[in-house]
Design a protein around this ligand. Structure first.
Ligand code: BGC
Length: 771
């Protein structure tokens, strides 16, 4: 059971205390996004306490000059960061000249509620100002999912304790900075602000990359439910725009502003006329009105939930956890633009710069693949396809030739941003996850055309990389891959990381098999791929075959396990149980040198490989490896617990799978890693989905068939989820005694449940007794 700060609720995250020391944590937890922009849950009114203002716009980045102690050839010049963008959520409140600021008030009640079903954040509080005035505030906001360049805030306050004058001032500002700025530089320049009638707009341009963002507002003011009589006063400086209304109040009066915001960027529009266009969009939002906008927004969310909800009965904590994860993933990436991707923190903080990691292919990809239309996953693949040229350049920088590609560890536009040699140059397993995602996409969707048009070009470039990155060892009489870092970043510069070598072998084989398939399917298309990639069929294909058949994969024969890397058994063999809990997490207590020498594993490594290629291993092999590596894993990456949970479920250890599931699903809600203040772990959130659908549900795609082997945690009376196979939705309901599968589509779906094979006709439903 968890000890959560938040009330248990199936659809809501509810905070009932004002805890200034946890302010940043809550700003992350209650952050909103809509795929095109994001906003931390910063208070609308002025707040002089600790806060991390965060407004982000998708696709916009600043190349922050690299900081590094000891420069190495091959390091990138910059780290791309999604900058904190012009601020639009502020509303200054002055009552009789005194500014409302919760850090200076007596907060009598406070409640924040994130409604995940509707994508709406509501905050209510009662505060006594130093003057003794009491204000009851209700602030409601959403970032429109139906019109993703729009956001709206409705801010109402009731004043008691006397009469006087109140002033409400919605504002916009380009005067923002990033906490994460290597040289404390400003990321924005060429700032300006103008107003036209009742609308105002601020614009700013990123330095170096010259992206322009225009943020506009239009406001409507009400007093006691009627349009305010006094006229708003608009003022601008070169960085800010304010729209102020002053009103007399008497005891118990309610003043309200609805702030309609439009955020437009040159990522999606020409720079010419951008500011004007933003004002038009803000004006259109105001004409449409809060209620109509909210209706459309909720409808989009209703569709998302209809296609991707997971319902758990009997365990509200688990239910809340998975909905939080699904909600956040859908807020971060909506999948219509192949130029966008998913940063580890999404739009909830500055850490990781909003750039793309291997997290996308290895963890997040299956979520979108199964819960959204197949164009979404295809767009994620196209993102990498479009970066192929840069990945080839990247490999050239490292001395590889002939069209070999090394995708970056961290990127925004295809260029490498990471600058630690042991990761930038050595964590090359990311290439494998990119190949695996292509395979995963094709087996789920059946979209073989993708392979022909794009996928094979990427696979060939990746195979060329592996073929050059390995070398023949005279000593071992096999091919080896030296000097790498596996997913376990608590080991660097190791030789023959089993996971990396396995991926290399698999990629070489998959590329060759795919080429052979294409050759038999269409000679013309095959020839076109060969010509496009200048593939030397004789030499390259035979070399790939030779390497795949003769690559060294370290094993420990006595223990019957795969060895994480050469020399792993030379380490002092301990398990996590031997550690003093006071020394956890190790990365905050031990020197790096001690971590590197220790046996402790940051995140799934051999087990990550077993997870990917599970069908190649029998259950005993999986068990032996799990029993060896799991006790040595400290799960100090948010990505770790989910993969272990899936494997524990595969081994029918429901209890362990459940504990690991909760750790993943509630990582941020319960702040397991004590760092939610920096933002949410968006990419690891997909792991919670994997733990249910692939773990407890046992979903696999084998031989053109969707298979399930469900089990159910003791705490749950039932659970259900919807997945898409070949774009056809299927609902799976599991309880203690049976599994019910419903074909929600118009096409027949080949199915296997507990080994029983059937074809489920459109609309058909079938019950399977639990094995
Ligand atoms: C993990 C990496 C991951 C990165 C971003 C690190 O802690 O070890 O595997 O890519 O976080 O999520």
């Amino acid at each position: 059971m968890t000890d959560s700060r938040f009330q248990s609720d199936e659809w809501k995250i509810i905070e009932t205390q004002f805890e200034p020391e946890r302010g940043r944590d809550s700003e992350s937890i209650f952050a909103l996004g809509n795929g095109m922009m994001g906003q931390r849950a910063n208070f609308e009114e002025t707040y002089s306490g600790d806060t991390l203002p965060g407004t982000y716009v998708a696709g916009i980045y600043y190349p922050d000059k690299t900081v590094v102690g000891w420069w190495k050839n091959g390091y990138p010049e910059y780290f791309a960061k999604v900058p904190n963008a012009p601020s639009w959520s502020g509303i200054i409140v002055r009552i009789d000249g005194e500014e409302l600021d919760l850090a200076r008030c007596k907060v009598k009640s406070f409640r924040r509620e994130l409604d995940m079903k509707e994508g709406v954040l509501t905050r209510t509080f009662t505060a006594m100002m130093p003057s003794g005035r009491i204000v009851d505030v209700r602030a409601k906001r959403f970032l429109s999912m139906s019109e993703p360049e729009r956001a709206v805030i409705r801010y109402s306050m009731r004043i008691t304790g006397g009469s006087g004058t109140a002033e409400i001032t919605p504002w916009l500002s380009t005067d923002v900075h990033n906490e994460d700025a290597n040289y404390d530089e400003k990321f924005w320049e060429n700032e300006s602000a103008i107003f036209l009638g009742t609308r105002a707009v601020v614009t700013a341009q990123t330095r170096k990359t010259a992206f322009v963002v225009a943020t506009a507002m239009e406001n409507t003011f009400y007093v006691n439910g009627k349009p305010a009589k006094s006229k708003p006063v608009l003022t601008v400086t070169d960085k800010t725009a304010h729209c102020s209304i002053t009103s007399k109040y008497t005891d118990g009066d309610t003043l309200e502003v609805t702030k309609y915001v439009a955020v437009l960027s040159s990522f999606n529009h020409p720079v010419e006329g951008l500011a004007k266009k933003a004002m038009t969009v803000a004006g259109a939002a105001a004409s449409e009105g809060f209620d109509a906008m909210l209706r459309d927004h909720i409808q989009v969310w209703a569709k998302k939930w209809e296609h991707g909800d997971i319902v758990i009965k009997g365990d509200i904590v688990a239910q809340q956890g998975i909905r939080f994860n699904i909600f956040q993933l859908n807020q971060t990436y909506t999948g219509d633009d192949p130029r966008l991707n998913i940063g580890p923190k999404g739009f909830t903080g500055e850490k990781y710069g909003g750039s793309t990691y291997w997290d996308t292919e290895a963890f997040v990809f299956p979520f979108y693949l199964s819960t959204a239309d197949s164009h979404v996953a295809r767009n994620l693949l196209l993102y990498r396809y479009k970066h192929l040229g840069k990945a080839i350049e990247n490999a050239q920088k490292l001395g590889l030739t002939g069209g070999a590609a090394l995708y970056p560890m961290v990127t925004m536009n295809g260029e490498e941003c990471h600058n630690e040699w042991e990761i930038t140059f050595e964590e090359i397993h990311r290439n494998g996850a990119i190949a695996y995602a292509i395979y995963n996409y094709i087996r789920h969707t059946g979209d073989q055309d993708y392979l022909t048009e794009y996928g094979l070009e990427v696979l060939i470039a990746l195979s060329r990389f592996w073929a050059q990155r390995c070398n023949w060892s005279q000593e071992k009489n096999q091919y080896v891959i030296l000097g790498v870092t596996g997913p376990n970043e608590y080991e660097n510069n190791v030789h023959n990381n089993w996971y990396t070598n396995t991926l290399a072998r698999w990629t070489l084989k998959y590329t060759s098999d795919s080429l052979a398939w294409l050759r038999s399917a269409s000679e013309i298309k095959y020839n076109s791929v060969v010509a496009r990639t200048h593939l030397d069929i004789q030499c390259e294909l035979s070399l790939w075959k030779e390497i795949a058949n003769n690559i060294y994969l370290p094993v420990h024969h006595d223990l019957g396990i795969f060895l994480q890397q050469d020399g792993f058994m030379d380490k002092v063999q301990q398990t996590v149980k031997d550690l003093d809990p006071a020394e956890r997490p190790l990365n905050q207590h031990w020197s790096w040198d001690r971590i590197l020498r220790s046996v402790f594993i940051k995140q799934a490594d051999v087990l990550q490989g077993i997870y990917f290629f599970e069908d190649e291993f029998d259950e005993d092999t999986i068990r032996r490896n799990f029993d060896f590596y799991e006790p040595r894993c400290v799960h100090e990456s948010s990505l770790s617990a989910s993969i272990h949970s899936v494997l524990a479920a595969r081994l029918h250890d429901t209890e362990r799978a459940y504990t690991l599931y909760l750790r993943t699903a509630r990582l941020d809600l319960d702040d397991y890693n004590m760092e939610v203040r920096d933002g949410l772990h968006i990419t690891s959130m997909a792991g919670a989905w994997l733990a249910i659908v692939e773990g407890f549900g046992g979903m696999r795609i084998y031989n053109e068939r969707v298979c399930f082997n469900p089990l159910i945690p003791a705490a749950w009376s039932s659970y259900s989820f919807i997945i898409r196979y070949r774009n056809n939705p299927l609902r799976v309901e599991v309880n203690g005694s049976a599994v019910n599968v419903v074909n929600l589509s118009q096409e027949a779906i080949p199915l296997e449940v507990y080994g029983e094979r059937i074809t489920l006709q459109p609309g058909e439903e079938k019950k399977f007794g639990k094995s």
